[in-house]
Design a protein around this ligand. Sequence first.
Ligand SMILES: NC(=O)C1=CN([C@@H]2O[C@H](COP(=O)(O)OP(=O)(O)OC[C@H]3O[C@@H](n4cnc5c(N)ncnc54)[C@H](O)[C@@H]3O)[C@@H](O)[C@H]2O)C=CC1
Ligand SMILES: CC(C)CC(=O)C(=O)O
Ligand SMILES: [Mg+2]
Length: 350
Amino acid sequence: MSLHVTILPGDGIGPEVTEAAERVLAVACEAAGIGLRTDHELFGGAAIDATGDPFPEKTRHACLTCDAVLLGAVGGPRWDEAAKTGGPRPEKGLLALRSAMGLFANLRPSRLFPGMEDASPLRPERVEGTDVLIVRELTGGVYFGEKTEGTEAASDLMPYSRAEVERVVRVAFEAARGRKKHLTSVDKANVLATSRLWRHAVEALAPDYPDVTVDHVLVDAMAMHLTTRPARFDVVVTENLFGDVLSDELSAVVGSIGLAASASLGEPGKPGVYEPIHGSAPDIAGQSAANPAGAILSAAMLLRHSGDAPEAAARIEAAVEAALGQGLRTRDLGGSASTEDFTKAVLAAL
Ligand SMILES: NC(=O)C1=CN([C@@H]2O[C@H](COP(=O)(O)OP(=O)(O)OC[C@H]3O[C@@H](n4cnc5c(N)ncnc54)[C@H](O)[C@@H]3O)[C@@H](O)[C@H]2O)C=CC1
Ligand SMILES: CC(C)CC(=O)C(=O)O
Ligand SMILES: [Mg+2]
């Protein structure tokens, strides 16, 4: 068995955390007898600097022809500033990548790792037992709808088709089947037409999954529930923008955004993209202060979903747990361990 992985380090802490994840992935693959080939491609702000385009053709080709993509993060103040006078945005490259690869389902798991209660802003009894998978729709909604730009008026349309909703909701129902068999669909159906379509589609699919219980929660209340009783949820399915926001919130509830991994998946058999959920963190870039756990755990998700190697994935996850269990904490978790300290501890545990 062999894996060809395209690595897109991107900007800010992106290269720091993908370097850590690549080292861990290499050791895990070697131990599992999986041949690993990696190629690095330009993406985001780094690609704008080199080519003028955040998602150059060479990168697109590499992503579409490999087995899986491991991505860091894109963006930063320098390109935000240039965008004010018409420069390209790194984030546009990310949306183009997701669209080109058909990555409609973004899996964002968040669980409380053993011994991490102290890193949560919640009291231990409130956060205990939290293990939630957010399934975020990733190629539709307001991030992709028609826009009008302006300094006096602007608009972002939020279109969804029934088919777009159904395909991601099915992914969520299937995921729930393999977990605690409960699905929470999050929307704003008291206000938004797209949310009423969403709720209708979920209700119409529910009879196909009689073993899964379903409830519907409005997104504003959901933001509150995640900070008061997160452990009551199992799988949560929601549209693109709501999923983006709620997953950052939940990551902090169980410790830190630096721990949160993701898998972005399309049709079965097609390459997925694996990336931590955080951004390029310009405030800590270049200081070896980034927590690489989210990127390392994304490499584990890569092995599980694109590498068909669940045991190798579980070994990486156990190694991250072991490093955290030794009390090793990067700055986001209140400690002083460097990116390298944490990576070495994971490699040692592997
Ligand atoms: N997938 C991607 O490439 C994403 C890119 N972005 C971009 O990233 C840039 C920065 O955005 P922000 O809003 O600051 O979000 P961010 O996620 O980069 O950072 C938010 C806060 O969390 C901290 N943080 C994030 N990841 C961390 C890690 N691994 N270890 C320790 N601390 C960590 C940062 O230091 C910062 O204080 C922007 O240009 C934004 O557009 C934002 C989100 C996702
Ligand atoms: C940078 C955005 C395009 C998306 C985002 O924040 C995310 O996917 O987490
Ligand atoms: Mg985000």
